[in-house]
Design a binder for this molecule. Structure first.
Ligand code: IVH
Length: 695
């Protein structure tokens, strides 16, 4: 018998197993189920089944596909990493160009006002006419992406490139589980969805931690990490770099206008994209007129540092698609949209010197003196380099061009070095062998990253920092006792240890250079007022190693009295929630030191006192652990934390099986997911208010 071909063109040479109908159906059911679960998990952040159940179904599908390879389709959930290694990235001409947006760098309200005024003028609106409806969105700091679906299947993903021609990165984009490979059947025959591929901050931190463990290079920021992942040639590598996606618009769509998509507003379109399974940011909002745009810019700006992803501004878009068409385009930008930026949080500058600062615990911190640069809304001239190992890891040296980052109130830091040649031989930075302030030996404990001055309170730098910490707002709150004054007091040898502060008198203070009698009086009054405090504040103010504000509160709550704490053994201390062996030992060591005991006695003799917590204060949440995540509609994070603590709850930073409640607001991320996986009770702000009996 010769070669035969059947009606369907299949050769009989490699007989494929006959496919029972029930297998084909089972495979379809599994795929539908897996896609739905993945959408709940990755897009809605609300998984409905435990991970193990997902894994079981996935394994089942994989086994069936192994047995019947003819049934594998590229849209199957098992086919996200197709293992393709590309020889290079192919060029893609966009069916519709990917536009850029005009950018207002103005940080003031005028950015929104100017845009609204221009839109109204171009639409021929007058003063009495109604405000224009806008949609306000975050400007995600990632990479623009165009996703092309034909017959509801993802067929191509392309970068923006120059706007006309981008690069084909389909193999990598398929690995992003927030991006559907298959859409519902009712989508237009050709659909291009546009949006931003980005890396969430938590994913970025984890990726860098893994890179460090493997001894591989780390990424300077989430944007760079995302860009690198998207342009990988090997999809297997890209799959290891966790990327996310937000949809914000459309490219080419057919059928077009007539009989086509049934939306007339940008906001409806976003809703439709959401229905089709694309992630749309919950921070997107409608806004009426310039006033609401300004309010949005301010509100998102205030939330910026706490968001789970980087943004560099907000985008305003005219909501009505008819008005968008009327406004039209300039060469490469629509007239109906504008980006309103926030001050950049990263800028390039140069390291002019590396100095050493000695902290409260003797830690030596290398500080880069920089050519002044405007970043995060202020001019920065110093940035921390953390420690010797950070300097080595980042490979920075004197004179290098570097990226400096300042986000919110965080201390500016040198993120990394910009590539480029060094002018001449520059020696590697070294830590000094002696403290630059008191000349005591510099030591580094085994396994420690930090170098320390061994001088203790003999070292004026450590003494100054200890005093500043003691007087700080969250500790004893001595108003007016700032850096300059502490310098004077220590340099004149008027204050050697904490209790000396309370022994200062008017003649001594008034005799200090540049000290007016009135300021001296104010300081004495502030010292007097500081004596009435709380046990937790007092504990925190002592600067015991590893005892931060939260730990001080835990210890105060648990032990109630100073004597009880001073006599506690390491085992006793380990009974306190969140206290580990290192912290327990630090507390034991502190109270074992005769010098410290003497300081405590003297402080109490000076009149420092606190009230025992009222036994009848209602503590409905005593013993409960609560985690806050995302942005609550009206309560600030500090406010919510204070309310919870007043009710006796412990506010923790991460979710575990021991967490009692997770309070989730807008853009809650992995903490919420974790809570849902662990079955921890999740509340919104309203639920929190009810829990606190706030009605
Ligand atoms: S709309 C016609 N919306 O900003 C307007 N762009 O210059 C097309 N971007 O690199 C873009 N967030 O990737 C739009 N919510 C958002 C955005 C956004 C970030 C990026 C976009 C492009 C740049 C536009």
């Amino acid at each position: 018998m010769g070669h035969q071909t059947d009606l369907f063109g299949a050769s009989d040479e490699a007989p494929a197993p006959a496919i029972p109908a029930r297998v084909a159906i089972k495979i379809e059911v599994l795929r539908e189920q897996l896609n739905r679960w993945a959408h709940e998990y990755y897009v809605q952040d609300a998984p409905s089944v435990p991970d193990a159940e997902y894994d079981r179904a996935y394994a089942q599908l994989q086994a069936l596909e192994d047995a019947y390879p003819a049934l594998i389709t590229p849209e199957s959930p098992t086919q996200r990493v197709i293992g393709a290694v590309m020889p290079g990235l192919a060029s893609v001409r966009h069916a519709l160009p990917m536009l850029s947006i005009q950018t207002e760098t103005d940080t003031e309200a005028s950015g929104a006002q100017a845009f609204d005024a221009r839109v109204r003028r171009e639409l021929g609106l007058h003063e009495g006419d109604a405000p224009v409806q806008y949609v306000a969105e975050p400007k995600f700091d990632g990479l623009a992406m165009s996703l092309r679906y034909e017959g509801a299947r993802l067929v191509q993903a392309a970068t923006r490139g120059d706007g006309e021609v981008g690069e084909d990165v389909t193999h990598n984009i398929r690995t992003i589980r927030q991006i559907p490979l298959q859409l519902p059947a009712d989508v237009p025959a050709l659909l291009e969805v546009r949006g931003e591929v980005y890396m969430a901050r938590a994913d970025f931190e984890q990726l860098n931690a893994r890179q460090r463990e493997k001894g591989e290079k780390t990424f300077v920021n989430p944007r760079n990490a995302a860009a690198g992942a998207v342009r990988q040639l090997d999809a297997g590598v890209a799959a290891q770099r966790p990327l996310s996606f937000f949809a914000y618009g459309l490219g080419a769509v057919t059928p077009g206008e007539e009989g086509g998509p049934a939306w007339s507003r940008h906001s409806d379109l976003l809703q439709q994209l959401k229905t089709w399974g694309f992630p749309v940011s919950s921070l997107v909002q409608q806004a009426r007129g310039a006033t609401e745009l300004i309010a949005y810019h301010q509100r998102i700006g205030a939330q910026r540092d706490g968001l789970p992803f980087d943004i560099d501004g907000v985008v305003y878009k005219v909501d009505s698609l008819a008005l968008q068409r009327q406004l039209g385009f300039k060469t490469r930008e629509p007239r109906w949209a504008v980006a309103h930026k926030y001050p950049a949080q990263e800028m390039a500058t140069r390291i002019e010197a590396i100095d050493i600062q000695v902290g409260r615990t003797g830690k030596l911190t290398p500080v880069a003196r920089l050519a002044p640069v405007f970043v995060g809304g202020v001019t920065v001239t110093n940035a921390t380099l953390h420690n010797l190992f950070e300097i080595r890891k980042k490979g920075v040296r004197l004179g290098d061009a570097v990226i400096v980052r300042r986000a919110g109130d965080v201390i500016p830091e040198v993120v990394g070095r910009l590539p480029g040649p060094r002018p001449a031989y520059v020696p590697n930075f070294r830590m000094p062998a002696q403290c630059p302030v008191c000349a005591s030996h510099v030591v580094r404990e085994r396994g420690e990253m930090n170098h320390r001055c061994s001088g203790g309170l003999f070292c004026p730098a450590q003494r100054k920092q200890a005093l500043l910490h003691f007087a700080s707002r969250r500790a004893m709150d001595v108003e007016g006792l700032g850096e300059k004054l502490v310098d004077q007091l220590v340099d004149a040898d008027l204050v050697r240890q904490l209790p000396d502060l309370y022994r200062l008198d008017l003649p001594t203070l008034a005799a200090l250079p540049r000290m007016a009698e009135k300021s001296a009086q104010n300081l004495l009054a502030a010292l007097q007022a500081s004596k009435k405090t709380t046990f937790a504040r007092f504990l925190y103010s002592l600067g015991i190693r590893h005892v931060g504000e939260a730990t001080a509160k835990d210890l105060a709550r648990h032990f109630g009295k100073l004597d009880a704490l001073a006599q506690a053994s390491a085992e006793d201390l380990l009974q306190v929630s969140d206290v580990g062996p290192v912290l327990a030992q630090a507390v034991v060591d502190f109270f074992a030191e005769p010098h410290n005991r003497s300081v405590l006695q003297q402080l109490l003799a000076c009149g420092i006192a606190w009230e025992a917590p009222a036994a009848d204060a209602p503590q409905p949440l005593a013993g409960q652990t609560v985690v806050l995540t995302g942005t609550l509609p009206s309560l600030g994070r500090e406010q919510a934390k204070a309310l919870l603590e007043a009710a006796g709850a412990k506010v923790a930073g991460s979710v575990s099986a021991k967490t009692h409640y997770v309070i989730a607001g807008a853009e809650a991320g992995s903490k919420l997911t974790k809570a849902q996986q662990l079955g921890v009770k999740v509340l919104d702000e309203e639920g929190l208010r009810a829990l606190l009996g706030m009605g």
